[in-house]
Design a protein around this ligand. Structure first.
Ligand code: ATP
Length: 184
């Protein structure tokens, strides 16, 4: 089976600091990798590198289509949530709205969403895309217990259907994860 993510000999320098080097990554369908490490160790940078938003200083990456959920909202703040999400034309939008219980909020302008509601909207935007590889940067930040449950279930279902997940998080994630520690 072809991996959904393969990185070989990756190195990244940021702000004049070598964050990592000689890093090999591989995720096959159903697999998930939890990136841990202290503040500033490069977890978000690694996610952005895999997303294609940063270029490695050494090594190479091959990956399947990916969707990124990070601190960027990427939703028009003036539009009602439903329309703002629909802008992305995600094939699994209805499913994502249900998974993150956003149905009652589709008429609410994005700028009025609470922190946790906006976080669920970011996750729904990423899930709606239907990409096989999810890149999640601190996906639990701002979520209440119910939101964490929704996220856990979404990840488990995604993996069960052959998807893969790369997540950076200070908090534990449900299910079996490979672990990568940066800055150790
Ligand atoms: N745009 C940038 N330009 C230069 N350096 C940056 C930039 N963004 C981040 N850095 C640096 O890269 C390093 C890694 O940052 P990164 O955000 O990847 O860490 P992190 O492990 O995700 O941290 P945290 O746990 O605080 O979220 C830090 O030293 C940071 O100052």
């Amino acid at each position: 089976m072809r991996p959904l993510l393969k990185g070989d000999g990756l190195a990244l320098v940021r702000g004049g600091r070598l964050l990592f080097e000689g890093l090999d990554l591989e995720l096959r369908p159903g697999e998930a990798l939890h990136v841990i490490g202290p503040n500033g160790s490069g977890k978000s940078s690694l996610i952005r590198l895999v997303a294609g938003l940063l270029r490695p200083d050494a090594g190479k990456i091959e990956r399947a289509n990916a969707s990124l959920a990070d601190e960027g909202l990427a939703l028009d703040r003036e539009l009602p949530l439903g329309q703002a999400l629909a802008f992305w034309k995600g094939p699994r939008l209805g499913e994502a709205i249900t998974a993150f219980e956003l149905g009652d909020l589709v008429h609410v302008p994005v700028r009025l969403l609470s922190t946790g509601q906006a976080k669920r909207a970011r996750l729904a935007r990423a899930v709606a895309r239907g990409a096989p590889l999810w890149l999640l940067d601190e996906p639990m930040n701002g979520l209440d217990r119910k939101g964490v449950g929704e996220l856990d279930r979404a990840i488990i279902a995604h993996r069960a259907s052959g998807g893969a997940v790369l997540a950076a998080s200070h908090l534990p994630l449900a299910g079996e994860w490979h672990s990568l520690e940066l800055g150790g």
